[in-house]
Design a protein. Sequence first.
Length: 210
Amino acid sequence: MMNTTAMTASAELLASMPRGFADATHDAQAVFRAVLDALARPGRLQTLPASDGLQAPAPLSRGLTALLLTLLDAETSLHLEGPLASDAAWMYARFHTGVQRAAREAADFVAVRAPDASLDGLRQGTDEAPQDGITLIVDTTTLAGQSLVLRGPGIEHTQRIGLCGLPAAFWQARIAQQRHFPRGVDLLIVCGSQLIAIPRSTHLTLEAGA
């Protein structure tokens, strides 16, 4: 049986827990539509809908928090990387979504800040089950930089984006993965309320000088 001290600590934790979506169903559906639009139109900017009352736990941004609240549930697993891996962030995700904690190489979702992002060791699925590849969510403060050229499903001709705060070595590793398609990693990049998706089916090239 839980003792009085433990019960008090749990009550204080619940009382101080930052708020999630004001309307969990409506807000999650709106964010999910933005994610689907981003995946259907790789490289095209989408705007995450505002959610009144949403509180992001330090050190997560509001945009990243909205994605986690939308994409995670008790059947999924999450790895928070580097500075994002605070106790407050993990408890928030667990409390609001029921998500399971997992090691980097085993997680369904990995969240990381752009300067720390790497594809090393991430699960890429198999030729028979490419859907087992993970989704990497990158939180960035810029969408600028020299150009990446995107081609593939959902892109009429080409689409250009900046390096989004990610080092050129990250993009070179992503380009190297293309020969293994349909295996790969789906990429969501969030910058404030802006979202860009790059599915594993998208073919990338770096423009000269990038």
